[in-house]
Design a protein around this ligand. Structure first.
Ligand code: REL
Length: 954
């Protein structure tokens, strides 16, 4: 976190290329173009002939300029002003033609390209005009994107309407003289899928717009265009885009959005339309004629509207086709669908009608078993619904005319657990996966399931901007993007903190989605894990609240939506679960604090409801319903119908004093331990391990009592030896290592209070024979390493280990990357990560390699790495050796896969652990070597202590 902040501060004035350019003059000179000058203002010139969608965008720009500067620029087809903002698409603007003919404008950089635009300042463009700013698009959307580029540049965030981000007001707006920039997208279709939309989005749309009609969709389309995207799968749970409001499809086309339907809705017809109009069963083998006609109508309806036809067929409501529907039949279905398209599009060959085959869920299996579609159809590979791409094109597939795309998820309804409530996907995870898509040339379609859209502003923005130009995003500039993004939404001085907070809460949610966090997820017994996470979140919330108080009033609503709500709501769900776990433990131990934890559960449950209510009250209910997705009380994959307050126990304390004693790391406490025959002990102390361990002395009754604690030997140090207990107190136990002999030392702490005899807690301290000289030191029964602590050896242009900051459960991960299709031949020559270790013990130990839940997305390759101790022959590990559903379930819930292997340490002392690169896409997060004392926990222990060898002076 600290590293992140530092980097952010250093770069806070740096704008990532992916955000609009810096052609707005902050200190204008007389040569700059005055869009809005002191006493002048430009006229927007737009040809009457130009696209209606462009006109709409220009009108939005006009309003944006007004919001920013207070001045309303007029829009005119004429060129009779001194200062002109000339906007047009090539071939539809006489003014652009004139400038090109006069040699004033060179459009060769955009001509003939898909969605390209050029923004240029021209002096004396034509007689009578002093200066012009030209926005020329190679086509309709190119021009629209140019217009919205200018809107962003003058200070209007794409989230102005959708997240109440205020515009950055400036009375005068100048564009730098000499500005000339060209841009065009790298991924052809870039879009979102509105899905799983009930209750939140559906209730909101019906309250605000009366349903999923064109008044609603107009805002979705505009958002997409402002984010320079062009593609939509509409909401479909109980909706049919083109049928609910016939204007929907017409408006999409007019504004410039290419419509399609989700993977189980072929031929531009919604699933729900079949319920409304279909005759007979949705079974092609038995009801071909009716389904054929149904599809014919879809093709006809969308013939003149820009569309991407989904081919194939699945069962209704996202189910596989019924048994008996086989590859042969599916090939027939695609052939029939092509036939329909051929008949409908008489004016062009069917190969020029954009079509996609979504290889989602079971459909990928059809492909793997040999089913093929015509070459011009785009193959849409999907993730596993949890953000891990299942497959990317092979070299042969990359040669297909239709190319490939990727369908990704930020939201999902299904097993092992739905996640529909809040943003849970860290930016670095999206980058890591979509960068692979880009490397493997899956660049025709990038579509992401954004659920209700609203809580996914940041990842959606990131995904779509990355789709525009994936090459501009590298592991090294991701954090800069977050800062630049934050700068666009809020004042510059808050940007670094905003980026840090977003990174903070998404790292937390990436560790485990709130819906899947359970009371027992994070350990309340070991490594202070649950408490540590609690402190991390509390620190973020504190920072967030401080920032909130400093923020100008007008930025606060946006801040709640984009930063503080998701952070605090994630904290509430986490703390609720921690409190349930504490309530259970304290209940079992009979503590008076049981009731305190029950109240904590109620507090966080109420807090969650209040956070939702606050969100819904913003702007007089502007976002009412938007956070109404139930998210507490899951018992299986499906969400509960409403948030469910967990069952808690309440203690009725005895009217006397009664002592209990619990050592850290143990669910047992005194005196229960006596009856269970479980002697109490603290985990063994090591010189380089945990510094202190706690003994809790607690009350089970309502009257106070005196206690005393005595160590049996002078090397055991206690933070206190007596006191009065009303509720509970903690005695911290430390070791005075100067008084400890080499080998195992055993003593005890005797705690006396009420009750007979008192509690005796065994304390052991193990002083190894040798003093560690260098490396991460074995202590407490393990060595834990953060992947990013490696020394990287042997990186080459063909294959390399890449540090990805902000990735994974900690601060960074190490990813195996290679040139496309590169195969590691000689593992000994492959790049490797090296970790210096220091062992006190010898033997066969289990190494836990914690990796991202990436899949073997390159056919024929696994997801392998190799490991070796020192110069041993590297041992190849197939991280996907176990492909059972249960293993996958755990991996996606845990956000990591843990691969266990055995390593043999023959001698104590210094060793080197090496992790060799074998297959690309493997991402290493952490390594833990269990030397016999590793305790169960979710994240594993924090990194072990490292001794750095002092260089001897020469
Ligand atoms: O994430 C998906 O693509 C599917 O789950 C959806 O298409 C599907 O509509 C699901 O929400 C319906 O139950």
């Amino acid at each position: 976190m600290k590293q992140f902040l530092l980097l952010s501060l250093v770069l806070s004035s740096f704008i990532v290329q992916a955000l609009p350019g810096d052609y707005l003059a902050q200190q204008p000179t007389k040569d700059d173009f005055a869009l809005v000058g002191k006493s002048t203002q430009a006229t927007i010139q737009l040809d009457d002939r130009d696209h209606k969608g462009l006109k709409r965008a220009v009108q939005s720009l006009q309003q944006d300029i007004q919001k920013v500067s207070g001045k309303s620029l007029s829009i005119s087809p004429k060129t009779d002003a001194k200062q002109l903002l000339i906007i047009g698409s090539l071939g539809n603007s006489a003014t652009l033609d004139q400038l090109i003919a006069a040699g004033k404008l060179d459009v060769s950089s955009i001509q003939g390209r898909w969605e390209a635009y050029l923004i240029q300042v021209i002096d004396q463009p034509m007689p009578g005009v002093d200066q012009a700013l030209v926005i020329a698009g190679s086509d309709k959307r190119g021009a629209i994107f140019g217009v919205y580029d200018l809107a962003e540049t003058i200070g209007v965030s794409p989230w102005n309407w959708w997240a109440d981000v205020p515009v950055k007001k400036q009375p005068e707006l100048y564009i730098k003289a000499g500005t000339r920039l060209t841009d065009a997208p790298k991924v052809k279709y870039r879009g979102i899928f509105l899905n799983d939309e009930h209750p939140a989005l559906t209730n909101w749309t019906s309250e605000k717009f009366g349903g999923y009609n064109s008044q609603f969709y107009q805002h979705v389309f505009e958002l997409l265009l402002r984010l320079k995207s062009n593609f939509l799968w509409p909401a479909m749970w109980n909706n049919a885009f083109a049928d609910d409001d016939p204007q929907n499809a017409i408006l999409a086309d007019e504004m410039g959005i290419v419509m399609s339907n989700s993977h189980h809705e072929p031929m531009m017809r919604a699933d729900k339309e079949w319920n409304r109009y279909g005759k007979g069963p949705w079974e092609y083998s038995s009801n071909r004629d009716n389904i054929y006609k149904f599809w014919q109508e879809g093709a006809k309806r969308h013939k003149d509207l820009e569309s991407l036809f989904t081919l194939g067929m699945r069962g209704q409501e996202d189910e596989p086709m019924s048994e008996g529907e086989n590859i042969g039949l599916l090939e027939q279905i695609v052939a029939d669908q092509r036939q329909i398209l051929t008949e409908t599009f008489k004016d062009k060959p069917v190969t020029e009608v954009p079509q996609v085959w979504a290889l989602y869920k079971e459909v990928q299996g059809f492909y793997e078993r040999g089913m093929r579609v015509p070459d011009d159809v785009t193959l849409l590979w999907a993730d596993d619904n949890y953000g891990n791409i299942r497959r990317l094109p092979t070299a042969e597939e990359r040669g297909r005319a239709g190319g490939a795309g990727v369908y990704y998820h930020f939201d999902y309804v299904g097993s092992p657990r739905s996640y529909r409530w809040i943003n849970t996907v860290p930016m670095a995870k999206i980058w890591e996966q979509m960068n692979l898509a880009w490397q493997f040339q899956a660049d025709r379609i990038w579509i992401v399931n954004v659920g209700d859209l609203k809580p996914m502003e940041f990842p959606t923005d990131f995904f779509l901007r990355m789709a525009w130009n994936p090459a501009a995003f590298t592991a090294d500039n991701l954090e800069q993007f977050a800062v630049s993004w934050a700068m666009q939404q809020f004042s510059e001085q808050y940007a670094a903190t905003v980026a840090e907070l977003i990174q903070g809460y998404t790292t937390h949610n990436g560790r485990r989605k709130p819906e899947a966090v359970e009371p027992h997820t994070y350990s309340i017994l070991h490594y202070q894990e649950a408490e540590r996470v609690s402190q991390e979140l509390a620190a973020l919330v504190k920072k967030s609240d401080q920032l909130y108080r400093q923020l100008p009033m007008e930025q606060r609503d946006a801040y709640i939506q984009l930063v503080s709500h998701p952070l605090k709501a994630s904290q509430a769900v986490y703390e609720l679960n921690r409190a349930v776990a504490m309530n259970k433990l304290h209940g079992e131990q009979g503590r008076v604090t049981t009731t305190y934890w029950a109240e904590q559960v109620r507090y966080w449950f109420k807090q969650d409801a209040e956070l939702t209510a606050l969100y819904h009250s913003l702007g007089n209910g502007r976002w009412n319903h938007m956070m109404s997705q139930p998210h507490i009380g899951f018992t299986y994959w499906r969400n509960p119908p409403a948030n469910l307050m967990p069952v808690v126990s309440v203690a009725e304390p005895m009217p006397v004093a009664d002592m209990g004693v619990a050592p850290e790391g143990s669910a047992f406490s005194w005196p229960i331990s006596e009856y269970k025959g479980q002697p109490l002990a603290l985990d063994t102390f090591y010189p380089h391990g945990q510094k202190q361990r706690a003994i809790e002395v607690f009350n089970k009754g309502s009257l106070p009592f005196e206690f005393s604690a005595k160590a049996s030997t002078d090397w055991i140090q206690l933070s206190q030896t007596k006191g009065q207990i009303e509720v509970a107190q903690t005695i911290q136990v430390k070791i005075d290592w100067s008084k400890v002999k080499t080998g195992l030392n055993v003593g005890e702490v005797h705690v006396q209070g009420t009750g007979w005899g008192g509690a005796k807690i065994k304390v052991s301290a193990l002083k190894p024979e040798t003093e560690p000289t260098s490396g991460f030191v074995e202590a407490d029964g393990y060595i834990a390493l953060d992947a990013a602590s490696a020394t990287v050896q042997g990186n080459s242009k063909q294959s390399w280990w890449q540090l990805i900051p902000g990735h994974g459960r900690g601060v960074a991960s190490m990813a195996a990357m290679t040139e496309l299709d590169y195969q590691t031949k000689d593992i000994r020559k492959a790049p490797y990560l090296e970790y210096p270790l220091y062992f006190h013990s010898t033997g066969e130990f289990t190494l836990h390699s914690v990796i991202a839940p990436t899949l073997d997305l390159v056919p024929g390759r696994g997801l392998r790495f190799a490991l070796a101790l020192n110069n041993d022959v590297p041992q190849i590990i197939d991280s996907l050796a176990d492909k059972s559903p249960a293993v996958w379930d755990n991996a996606v819930l845990d956000g990591v896969r843990v691969i266990k292997t055995t390593i043999k340490v023959n001698t104590p002392g210094e060793h080197k652990l090496r992790i060799y690169l074998v297959d690309p896409a493997l991402v290493l997060q952490k390594l833990i070597i269990d030397t016999g004392g590793l305790k169960p926990s979710y994240l594993g222990p924090e990194q072990s202590q490292r001794i750095v060898k002092k260089l001897s002076k020469t």
